[in-house]
Design a protein around this ligand. Structure first.
Ligand code: 5GP
Length: 172
């Protein structure tokens, strides 16, 4: 079974390498706490850190965000990080920014922890769907309003293992 390919393995690899070089340049000589937002970012995160020429401390978080009274919504933390990020360089790594709710809520919550710097990287961004303004410092690809799978992204828990990012067209 295959799905229409949006970004092939080779295209992703090239772009992740470029982003890794950029991040390494920006944080030259400093330690970076990389925080992958589970589950979707695990493959992107694994590839990205291997393109970094920096001392990396890797953590993962699992969160669910939901609309609340505040504009950035509420954040339920299912798995938290194990490190104090005060005074540290922090890079939040997402699979996809859709409405922006998850990442904007995470950014607000991390600002309160007083990191030295706080940056965001996302593999994908769907501008057509954005509702919560968020700055993505290191973005691999902007996409149109498709539901995408592969390279870590799922549909009902399936397809994370696909080596490419594809468009889910309903076939199983
Ligand atoms: P947001 O909070 O930005 O609306 O949503 C972010 C989360 O929704 C992503 O981390 C991802 O889990 C899920 N999501 C949004 N769009 C897609 C998509 O096209 N494909 C997949 N697999 N997940 C998506």
């Amino acid at each position: 079974m295959s799905y229409p390919v949006l970004f092939s393995k080779e295209v992703i690899q090239k772009r992740v390498k470029e982003l890794g070089e950029q991040i390494s340049k920006d944080f030259h000589g400093e330690e970076l706490v990389v925080i992958g937002v589970l589950k979707g970012s695990f493959i992107y995160c694994a590839d990205l850190i291997r393109e970094l020429n920096l001392p990396v401390h890797l953590e993962f978080m699992s969160v669910s965000s939901y609309e609340g009274t505040e504009s950035t919504g509420n954040l339920r933390v299912n798995l938290d990080i194990n490190v104090d990020v005060a005074g540290k360089n922090v890079l939040l790594v997402e699979d996809i920014v859709d409405t922006g709710l998850t990442i904007s809520s995470l950014v607000e919550s991390f600002k309160k922890k007083n990191p030295k710097t706080l940056k965001v990287s996302s593999l994908l961004y769907k501008p057509a769907r954005l509702e919560h303004k968020v700055e993505i410092d290191y973005l691999a690809f902007e996409i149109e309003d498709h539901f995408v799978i592969g390279y870590g992204l799922d549909f009902n828990g399936r397809f994370r293992e696909l080596p490419y990012v594809g468009i889910y067209n309903g076939e199983v």
